[in-house]
Design a protein around this ligand. Sequence first.
Ligand SMILES: NC(=O)c1ccc[n+]([C@@H]2O[C@H](COP(=O)([O-])OP(=O)(O)OC[C@H]3O[C@@H](n4cnc5c(N)ncnc54)[C@H](OP(=O)(O)O)[C@@H]3O)[C@@H](O)[C@H]2O)c1
Length: 264
Amino acid sequence: MKIGFIGCGNMASAMIGGILRQGIFSKDEIIVSNLTEEGRARSEKTLGVVTTLDNNEIVRSAKTVVLAVKPQFYEEVLTEVHDSLTTEHTIIGIAPGKTLAWLEEKAGLPLKVVRFMPNTPAQVGAGMTAVCTNDRVSEDELAEILKITDSFGCTEVIPERLMDAAGAVGGCSPAYVFMFIEAMADAAVSQGMPRKQAYKFASQTVLGSAKMVLKTGRHPGDLKDMVCSPAGTTIEGVRTLEKSGFRSAVFEALTAAAEKGKKL
Ligand SMILES: NC(=O)c1ccc[n+]([C@@H]2O[C@H](COP(=O)([O-])OP(=O)(O)OC[C@H]3O[C@@H](n4cnc5c(N)ncnc54)[C@H](OP(=O)(O)O)[C@@H]3O)[C@@H](O)[C@H]2O)c1
């Protein structure tokens, strides 16, 4: 096996989807574990990879192991697989708050440790993943790891001190964007637009606006100004958003998410 995933829910499935689509590893080179037989059967059916209910089998079969369980189960899982871990392993943590030093300490031996902070748009190959590593990971090994994260979207290698910021602006923010899309669509529906069409307008507009920021490299404020004709409709909406504390609400939401990440 080339890579193992302990836990195979939303995030692991999204990452494995990209890995398979880009041919980084084949189905028989990936092994995943689930907690329940129901989860194992789902992983087998939807991903077609090798599955097990035994976390130690993952560690015995693969030298690169992604911990894709919820943060509160990290310690339990690392204790469970402790005797199967060797210094040849690379452990990849994807949970907020579980630092490189914490992961190495709980693994109980000196090994290569990596942190990913991915997000669910990885499901459609449009993820944004932050990566940091400990000193035992060489440049060549990092290059191999980046092939994995690039398979489900974009990657930025960042210092570990920025992982909580990346968690907020990358990991959590799809939820806020979905809320924004839902709210825009609700408003269009209230103006008489059929709901399906409203979601299409709202989603494509978010996608197109994001592409403009990435492709033009222009300041988002500059791009906003382009839409606001003097005495027009858009600036009325901007005035209303400012009055409702839109920017401040977003600022506070991401700060709260980052601060929570530090405490996990
Ligand atoms: N979702 C996101 O947007 C996102 C973004 C960035 C980072 N993350 C991080 O990704 C990690 C996974 O999140 P998720 O959203 O994918 O969670 P999830 O959908 O709830 O999946 C968790 C998986 O862990 C399995 N599991 C639980 N306990 C286990 C154990 N003791 N041994 C083996 N497998 C076990 C579950 O098995 P069953 O299927 O049998 O229940 C399930 O497949 C978390 O640490 C989260 O913080 C998530």
